[in-house]
Design a protein. Structure first.
Length: 158
C-alpha cells in the first residue's frame, strides 16, 4: 500500500499565515499527522483496491472455470451414455433388418413352394376331370346295357 505524504511543517506554516497562533498551528499539524498515521491502515489506495479486485476476480474466474470443467465432464459422460444407447439402438436396427431379410427369404421360399403346390393341384384337378369323364363313360357303357336288359325282361315281359 502506498504511503500518504503529509508535510506537518508546511501545514503549520499555512495555519500561521492565516492567523492561527504558532503553538496551536504546531499542535494541529501534529494531531493531523497522528490522525493520518492512525487511519492509514483503514485507508485503501487505488492500486491496493485494484490488486484486491484482480485477486478476487482471478479466484472467482478459477472457481467458475472449475465448475464449467466439472459440468463439461458431466455433459460428456451423458453424451457417452447417449452414444452407447444410440449404438445399441443402431445395432438392434441392424439385427432387425437381418431378421427381416431372413423372414423375407423364408416367405419367398414358401411362396415358391405354394406356387409349386398350386401348379400340382391344377394338374391333379385336370386329371380328376378326365377321370370323372372316364368313370361316367364306364358307368354308361356297363350300366345302360344292364338296365336295358332288366327293362326288357321285367317291364316288357310283364
Amino acid at each position: 500500500m502506498a504511503a500518504i505524504a503529509f508535510d506537518t511543517l508546511k501545514f503549520a506554516r499555512r495555519l500561521k499565515e492565516v492567523g492561527v497562533p504558532e503553538a496551536q498551528a504546531e499542535a494541529q499539524a501534529e494531531l493531523m499527522a497522528e490522525a493520518f498515521v492512525f487511519n492509514m491502515d483503514a485507508l485503501i489506495t487505488k492500486d491496493y483496491l485494484e490488486q484486491c479486485l484482480e485477486a478476487r476476480f482471478a479466484s472467482q474466474n478459477a472457481s467458475i472455470d472449475k465448475q464449467f470443467a466439472a459440468q463439461d465432464v458431466r455433459i460428456e459422460e451423458k453424451f457417452a451414455v447417449q452414444g452407447r444407447r444410440f449404438a445399441s439402438i443402431d445395432q438392434f436396427i441392424v439385427d432387425q433388418k437381418a431378421c427381416n431379410q431372413r423372414f423375407e427369404e423364408h416367405f419367398r421360399a414358401h411362396d415358391q413352394r405354394f406356387n409349386t403346390i398350386d401348379i400340382a393341384l391344377v394338374r391333379i384337378s385336370e386329371e380328376l376331370k378326365l377321370l370323372r369323364w372316364m368313370l361316367a363313360l364306364i358307368v354308361i357303357t356297363t350300366v345302360v346295357p344292364v338296365l336295358q336288359e332288366w327293362f326288357t325282361r321285367f317291364v316288357l315281359s310283364g
